[in-house]
Design a protein around this ligand. Structure first.
Ligand SMILES: Nc1nc2c(ncn2[C@@H]2O[C@H](COP(=O)(O)OP(=O)(O)OP(=O)(O)O)[C@@H](O)[C@H]2O)c(=O)[nH]1
Length: 612
């Protein structure tokens, strides 16, 4: 392609993302767009192509970002090249949203016509506004009888400050209004403007590991061009490689000769060492390097930590390798080796939230065939000792002896809860039970309020969101951001099995809730630890003081005795069940402890914990 053709092509590129609150129809709209641009023939259309991890499809949530190139023949007769970059909608993943947005010039803001603007609509659109993207409001699900377009327009104008008079009205489900959206993308989102002749600058916004090609980078080329054979260099560490392949996803990988300023695509360069590439880094030419890197991303810090141990200790290195590979396209994942007296060698792994933790665990088990024991999640605590030293504690068992502790600070969040008027009481009651301090309340319109609470992060990460949903019949939406550390009256609770403290079961709790929580955990452990040949006392202690106790009685009968010897299928089933259960057992001293026991603190129902 000559220079003029390249310039002409650049004018026809449109890079955009779709941002939305979870379930407002982002993936469905993406599917419809792929279908209507013939990127995927209808008969091959599997629902939600962009959600290409099985896990995502099963859970119906978008986690990873994906970029797809499609061609759109517009009403003006010209063909446009669209790069659609998917973004996740769940509160745990807003960081990934900002990564996708950095590769775009515009965004579709999808709002469900029956639900209106929700907490993550605001959070995500704010990111898009910060990045100066052109935003096209789309009011979706207008096919539903309860759609209230006028109200949603009003909310978009009042709560977001965008002109919604000309918003696209659509049903991603039926395809109604989608053509209008495609035309708006052409006319309202600006073409990229990067200089084609400047030294290469490409932003890495994602990467995956491929056994044959090594690390495959997903990039947005901002300036210059990149083609097979080029010598490239990472700007953060000056590591150099030779490009072996470039291409785009459409939606499967399609090789190209070249990617140029404005393009979104992938680059492979036989990069074997995973640690040498970093999402947010700038790729440049090794021959004519750019002077300055692109603005990267702000560093994201994990908020929740959990111990991760292979059931089979020999798999420690496999776990390390798997975590390294996952980290490639999951910049928020952090891990450091740790040892537990009870569980052996493993890692302390940092996550954005519980959903993130779940997803990582499932991917490790499914894609890497690892069996893991995870310990209960915890936040990080800032501890000041009486001698003036300061420590950050991510693992409750490492909390120093209380007699040496001057004060403990825990992370707090500002939680924004949007809810219909009728549920204000229910929300306040719940927030208060979780140590929330009321901050403000504001009426959004006739129907809904926005309530802001300051709360300890440790109370939010457990099951606040689920509790909130169930108390508000699913109507509440939640967003939160870290709001510093505060001193709290916290204590460390240890759990003893058969008289021995089990480090992996220790947790930190507010003093006022300690007795109740100790009792609940002990009862939960009693339910989850199976009977064994001997009696197992379970105790919860603070310092030397026992605050709760229970006992798992010894076996009375052999399980097989129940089978009357005759029914062979039943017997086999029982044995299989036992075997499956065993897989996730870990011998802690002389006691066999199942995976659920380590999560006991999460599995108690909320009534236990709110003290009702
Ligand atoms: N009636 C109707 N239902 C829709 C429409 N668009 C999406 N849905 C349904 O709404 C639900 C959520 O849609 P998704 O596309 O999965 O939502 P999402 O925003 O991608 O959600 P995440 O990927 O989890 O962030 C699905 O059950 C869709 O079938 C629409 O226009 N009309």
């Amino acid at each position: 392609m000559d220079h003029e053709q390249m310039k002409e092509r650049q004018k026809h590129i449109r890079n955009f993302s779709i941002v939305a609150h979870i379930d407002h129809g982002k993936s469905t709209l993406a599917d419809r767009i792929l279908e209507m641009t013939d990127t995927i023939p209808e008969r091959e259309m599997k629902n939600q192509v962009l959600d290409n991890m099985d896990l995502e499809r099963e859970r119906g949530i978008t986690i990873k970002l994906n970029a797809v190139e499609l061609n759109y023949q517009a009403d003006d007769g010209e063909t446009y090249i669209f790069h659609l970059i998917d973004t996740p909608g769940h509160v745990d993943f807003s960081y990934e949203v900002s990564r996708s947005l950095a590769a775009c010039e515009g965004a579709l803001l999808v709002v469900d016509a029956t639900q209106g603007v929700q907490a993550q609509t605001l959070a995500n659109v704010d990111l898009a506004i910060d990045d100066d993207l052109e935003i096209i409001p789309v009011i979706n699900k207008i096919d539903l009888p309860s759609a209230d377009v006028d109200r949603v327009k009003e909310e978009i104008e009042e709560m977001i400050g965008l002109d919604a008079s000309d918003a696209a009205l659509a049903s991603a489900k039926t395809g109604l209004g989608v053509h209008d959206i495609l035309e708006k993308i052409v006319h309202e989102i600006p073409a990229p403007t990067g200089d084609l002749d400047a030294p290469l600058k490409a932003l890495i916004f994602d990467s995956v590991y491929d056994n044959y090609r090594g690390v495959v980078l997903n990039v947005r080329v901002k300036e210059g061009t990149i083609k097979v054979g080029d010598k490239i260099q990472m700007m953060s560490n000056n590591k150099q490689y030779e490009v072996t392949e470039v291409g785009v996803m459409s939606p499967n990988a399609v090789q190209r000769d070249e990617l140029e300023a404005g393009d979104v695509g992938y680059v492979a360069a036989s990069i074997k060492n995973i640690e040498e590439t970093r999402v947010g880094d700038t790729v440049t030419s090794a021959i004519h390097p750019a002077k300055e890197p692109l603005k990267g991303y702000r560093k994201i810090n994990p908020m929740v930590y959990s111990g991760m141990y292979p059931v089979d200790n020999a798999k420690f290195n496999d776990l390390r390798e798997a975590l390294e590979k996952l980290k490639l396209n999951d910049a928020a994942l952090e891990f450091t080796p740790e040892t537990s007296k009870a569980l052996g060698f493993g890692f302390r792994v940092g996550f954005l939230g519980l959903l993130h933790m779940d997803v990582v665990q499932e991917r490790l088990e499914r894609d890497y065939d690892l069996e893991l024991i995870m310990t209960a999640p915890s936040v990080d605590y800032h501890v000041e000792l009486t001698d003036g030293t300061e420590k950050v504690i991510q693992n409750p068992s490492e909390m120093p002896d209380m007699s040496t502790v001057k004060e403990i600070q825990e992370p707090y969040v500002k939680a924004q809860i949007m809810v219909p008027n009728d549920y204000v009481g229910a929300v306040m009651e719940l927030a208060q039970a979780k140590r929330g301090e009321f901050d403000t309340m504001e009426y959004l319109d006739k129907y809904r309020v926005n309530i802001v609470y300051e709360m300890p992060l440790s109370e939010i990460i457990f099951d606040f969101f689920d509790d909130l949903k169930s108390r508000t019949k699913g109507y509440a939406s939640l967003d939160y951001e870290i709001d510093g550390y505060r001193t709290s009256d916290l204590v460390k609770m240890d759990i003893l099995l058969n008289g021995d403290p089990v480090d992996a079961l220790s947790f930190i709790v507010h003093r006022d809730f300690a007795y109740q929580r100790g009792k609940d955990v002990v009862n939960q452990l009693k339910k989850t630890i199976p009977r064994q040949q001997f009696e197992i006392p379970i105790q919860a202690t603070i310092g030397n003081k026992i605050v709760a106790r229970a006992t798992v009685k010894a076996y009375r009968k052999n399980v097989l005795a129940k089978c009357y010897g005759g029914d062979i299928t039943r017997k086999r089933k029982l044995l299989e069940k036992q075997k499956a259960g065993k897989k996730r057992m870990k011998a802690v001293g002389s006691v066999e402890v199942p995976q659920e026991a380590f999560m006991a603190i999460l599995n108690m129902n909320s009534e236990d914990r709110t003290g009702k």
